[in-house]
Design a protein around this ligand. Structure first.
Ligand code: 1HN
Length: 348
């Protein structure tokens, strides 16, 4: 007799339990008993790392560990909702890196895309595929997939930057590779600012084909970004949630600078009381100028220059400011758009 005939479609609890146990021995589970709820968001929670707390720890790291030992002297920012992950969000890695005058962070390459956002100090450079890129505060520097890169410092004060990588995405796919360069550093084979000269002036080499998936630029300097942002702030209009928010573009395609990571900068006026906003891309933000705060449903963080915080996917937030602010940010939006997953929602 079938289950349906025996008990009107419902087997006894004991029979079901035995059935479930038997299934488990075959590494299978019934979908109708699923515990995984289909819905947006994940275990990541909003969190902030204040620069006033992290800077002394970076200076201490510089006393305790050499770049030779560490390869990269980085404090990884781990989301408290993702313990053991070493990730700031489920899809994005972030860390704070410090380099001292005269130090070298030796050359390597990896399949993951990396970027730096400079927080403090001058005189450090990143060599990317033979081009030495000088890094100044507010600059955004690219190290795309599989490009050789090493860092050095010819200035006189410590330099600190925020690293962002798409490591969790590559790890998820099982496609993470890395390789050491045969020497400590790669030779300089390109002119200073060569990429900017070739690709950064609304002109492209006539036969240029965007074979690479990332922007051909190595550097988006803050000076130009800031000028544009403040001119647009005067021109308006201002978005009720985001102020004036721009995305960094790949000049060859108009798309995002990386296939996975989207990168943004925004200006918020003084005394801004922003509307609520949420999107499926978890976002890491960094205050470049000014003071304000970001409020989530259950907590809010005051931020100032150098502070880094994360807004997990589909959790609403709103900005308020005391001074006009510039906020730099990045997220996995490029990957989500390419795959068709990205959504946003603005509410009063
Ligand atoms: C990396 O290559 C750098 O090149 C920084 O500065 C942080 C974190 C994980 C894996 C590779 C760098 C990194 C990294």
């Amino acid at each position: 007799m079938s289950a349906r005939q025996k008990s009107g479609g419902v087997e006894s609890d004991a029979e079901r339990a035995a059935y479930r146990k038997d299934l488990l021995s075959h590494n299978a589970k019934p979908l109708w008993e699923r515990t995984m709820v289909m819905g947006p968001g994940n275990d990541a929670v909003p969190a902030i790392w204040h620069y006033r707390d992290m800077r002394p720890h970076l200076m201490r790291a510089a006393e305790l560990v050499t770049t030779e030992e560490a390869e990269r002297r980085v404090l990884m920012l781990e989301n408290p909702g993702l313990p053991g992950s070493t990730y700031i969000l489920a899809s994005v890695y972030s860390g704070l890196q410090i380099i001292l005058p005269g130090e070298i962070a030796r050359a390597h390459r990896h399949s993951t895309n990396a970027m730096r956002f400079i927080l403090e100090g001058r005189g450090a450079y990143s060599s990317v595929e033979g081009e030495r890129v000088m890094m100044n505060p507010g600059d955004f520097v690219l190290t795309p997939h599989w490009t050789w890169h090493d860092h050095g410092h010819v200035g006189s004060d410590p330099v600190i930057w925020l690293d962002a990588l798409d490591n969790p995405v590559a790890k998820f796919f099982g496609a993470m590779f890395r390789e050491n360069y045969p020497g400590e550093t790669q030779p300089v084979t390109r002119a200073p600012n060569e990429a900017e000269t070739r690709y950064g002036n609304h002109l492209l080499p006539v036969d240029y084909k965007s074979g690479a998936r990332s922007s051909p630029l190595m550097l988006y300097p803050y000076e130009r970004t800031r000028q544009t942002l403040f001119k647009l702030a005067r021109l308006g209009p201002i978005d009720p949630a985001q102020g004036v928010k721009l995305r960094y573009a790949n000049p060859a395609t108009g798309g995002h600078p990386f296939p996975t990571l989207a990168v943004f900068v925004q200006w918020l006026p003084a005394a801004f009381a922003g509307r609520n906003y949420r999107a499926t891309d978890g976002t890491v933000m960094c205050c470049v100028e000014g003071r304000g705060s970001i409020a989530f449903a259950d907590r809010s963080f005051a931020f100032e220059k150098g502070d880094v915080w994360c807004c997990p996917p589909w959790i609403s937030y709103r900005f308020t400011t005391t001074e006009e602010c510039v906020v730099f940010s990045y997220s996995d939006r490029a990957a989500q758009e390419a795959l068709g997953f990205w959504r946003e929602e603005g509410t009063a």
